[in-house]
Ligand binder design. Structure first.
Ligand code: SF4
Length: 435
């Protein structure tokens, strides 16, 4: 192999098999896609050790991808249950799984994922360090933080969230500026606490070049984490968020100089009217690097329904340039999601992504809707089920309320506009009343 990373290959004019696969899925001319990867505007996270990967491309001009967060916690440590959720998530259309395990044998689970799962696998090594070293946070050394990153890269992880943007300067600004909900990023709060207790610089920032070497060696895409993502709409677009984004822009440039692919993580909670502007600012500061948004949740008041608040924000964000949506489940802010929560979160995120793809004119997006509407007009229920984003639910709902006339549904029955229009345009008599 005469290249290190997908970006290196693209810059050398090499069309890798991963790039060819993505070009085929996205209906893109391979050489045009190669140019985008070379410039960093599209990323193909594909660790060399993740041999069962079905590669995906992430970029604002490509189909919007969705990520599903899973993994064990101290309160729920059932590996088989998490693996079942992973398999179901992939079947439901998730292109990416982030393993956020924070308890138990995390390496075994991670290796199982990269050994069996065709979706992109992402991790947050910070969480794992706390579990792996079995010692108080302040006693973890800078070397140990870096070693965990290396371990995840060796295990075949395609992309990693590294909270590298919160350095001493960002942390000082954050403390001066004050926020309603402080730092809500789990990884961000861990590294901030470590910096406060040790007085040392963020080890990922200080040793960023070593991180880049690891990423280059295994072809890991860096997901530059936003420790200061707003955790409530009041903190949105504040000085801490923007200061960190500027740092992420500088770190993006350094990664690209080493041919390391980058995606940028973004908000968080954010009022609807700020989302599009945030996407534009990110694209300017980070030179078009793909944006990976966590929501954004457009209001703080809907626990139990945050898959909806996130889908609203996600659709607006992706239509304005975000490339990758992290799903949010109804369990957000409340508990670890179960299988049903995961399903609802995935469906909501996929709807948001697809709605944005229609608005952005992504190749092939509108055709799906065209086929569905054609099936509706023809009252072809089986075709409608198969085209549904959630065929099982569509089938179940129709079966739950059988219409008197098989070709209509129980909503309008004889008044079915679709049916009556088809008939009248075919020259038939339409009585409605006595039919
Ligand atoms: S009965 Fe009404 S809702 Fe049902 S298919 Fe016909 S027009 Fe649509």
């Amino acid at each position: 192999m005469n290249y290190t990373t997908q970006m290196d290959a693209a810059r050398k004019g090499i069309l890798t098999k991963e790039l060819m696969a993505v070009a085929g899925q996205e209906q893109w001319e391979p050489d045009k896609l190669r140019e985008l990867v070379a410039e960093g505007k599209a990323a193909i996270p594909a660790n060399k050790n993740h041999t069962c990967l079905k590669p995906s491309g992430i970029g604002s001009m490509l189909k919007t991808k969705i990520n599903v967060n899973l993994g064990t916690s101290r309160d729920l440590n059932d590996l088989d249950m998490e693996l079942k959720k992973v398999k179901d998530a992939v079947l439901m259309g998730a292109e990416s799984i982030m393993d956020l395990s924070s308890f138990g044998d995390t390496r075994r689970f991670r290796r199982k994922l990269t050994g069996e799962c065709p979706a992109m696998i992402g991790t947050v090594p910070i969480y794992d360090a706390v579990v792996y070293y079995h010692k108080p946070l302040r006693e973890i050394t800078a070397e140990e933080w870096i070693r965990i990153v290396e371990m995840h890269a060796e295990d075949g992880v395609d992309f990693m969230t590294i909270h590298v943007g919160i350095n001493k300067q960002t942390a000082r600004r954050f403390k001066e500026a004050k926020r309603l909900t402080n730092i809500v990023s789990r990884g961000g709060s861990i590294i901030f606490a470590w910096m406060e207790m040790t007085g040392e610089e963020n080890p990922f920032y200080e040793h960023y070049d070593r991180i880049l070497e690891i990423c280059q060696k295994h072809d890991v895409t860096l997901s530059l984490g936003d420790a200061c993502r707003p955790g409530c709409i009041e903190d949105a677009s504040d000085i801490s968020q923007i200061e960190e984004l500027v740092t992420l822009g500088e770190l993006t440039k350094r990664a690209w100089e080493k041919n390391v692919q980058v995606i940028i993580e973004g908000p968080g909670h954010m009022p609807l009217d700020q989302i599009a502007a945030n996407m534009k600012i990110q694209q300017t500061i980070c030179k078009g690097a793909p944006f990976y948004v966590l929501g954004p949740l457009v209001t703080d008041i809907a626990p139990g329904y945050d898959h909806i608040t996130a889908a609203i924000g996600g659709a607006v964000a992706a239509a304005a340039g975000a490339a990758f949506l992290c799903y949010v489940t109804p369990a957000e802010h409340l508990k670890l999601p179960d299988g049903a929560d995961v399903k609802e979160g995935i469906v909501a995120a996929r709807i948001a992504a697809h709605a944005a793809d229609i608005a952005k004119g992504i190749r092939g997006a509108r055709e799906w809707d065209h086929k569905m509407s054609d099936a509706r007009k023809r009252l072809d229920w089986e075709a409608m089920f198969q085209l549904s984003i959630d065929p099982e639910k569509a089938r179940r709902y129709r079966a739950a309320s059988k219409p008197e006339k098989e070709d209509t549904c129980s909503m309008c029955g004889n008044f079915c506009a679709m049916k009556n229009m088809n008939r009248i345009l075919d020259g038939e008599i339409v009585n409605i009343y006595d039919e």
